[in-house]
Ligand binder design. Structure first.
Ligand code: HEM
Length: 139
């Protein structure tokens, strides 16, 4: 599972778009915001208790919380002991793979560094643009 997810993230980000490990981890920090919806992706719950505040909390929670497999009928995901927060398999890969974990540790300990690296990586993401998009019913 872990190796598969590392492969998936690298194919998704690097082989296709040219993002390296550091940029992948920085971009993933966007999951400090928002939540998963069973009506959209099938996953459920927020990554942090402050989903409207942009911060490095995603990284500190990734590192500090004990993430357990959620026992439910939905797709494979993780939950905290209090069952109020969640992580995707692709989020957990960031602490399971040493190449990614190095940057999780940096961003968990230095919010300003996260903000600065995120803005560069996000700018790159936007400037690369998209192609072959089509409309889809999302709700
Ligand atoms: C490994 C790559 C990624 C995966 C597998 C992934 C997966 C997901 C999934 C499953 C959701 C839940 C959608 C829903 O149910 O509404 C989500 C939400 C979200 N993602 Fe990602 N994501 C990835 C990368 C990113 C990146 C690069 C960004 C931005 C830079 C991002 C920003 C967000 C935000 C802000 C939400 C919350 C949306 C909401 O609250 O409606 N994600 N992501």
């Amino acid at each position: 599972m872990s190796a598969m997810s590392v492969f998936f993230i690298n194919v998704l980000f690097f082989v296709i778009t040219g993002f390296d490990d550091q940029e992948i981890v920085a971009l993933s920090g966007a999951h400090a915001l928002g939540r998963c919806h069973t009506t959209a992706s099938g996953y459920d719950g927020p990554w942090t208790p402050l989903p409207t505040k942009f911060s490095n909390l995603y990284f500190t929670l990734l590192n500090q919380v004990k993430w357990n497999k959620r026992d439910w009928s939905g797709p494979f995901q993780y939950e905290d002991e209090g069952k109020s927060l969640m992580m995707l398999p692709t989020d957990l890969v960031l602490i399971q793979d040493s190449g990614f974990k190095k940057y999780v540790d940096i961003y968990a300990g230095d919010q300003e560094k996260f903000f600065s690296d995120f803005s560069l990586a996000f700018n790159k993401l936007e400037e690369l643009g998209t192609k072959n998009l089509s409309t889809a019913k999302w709700y």
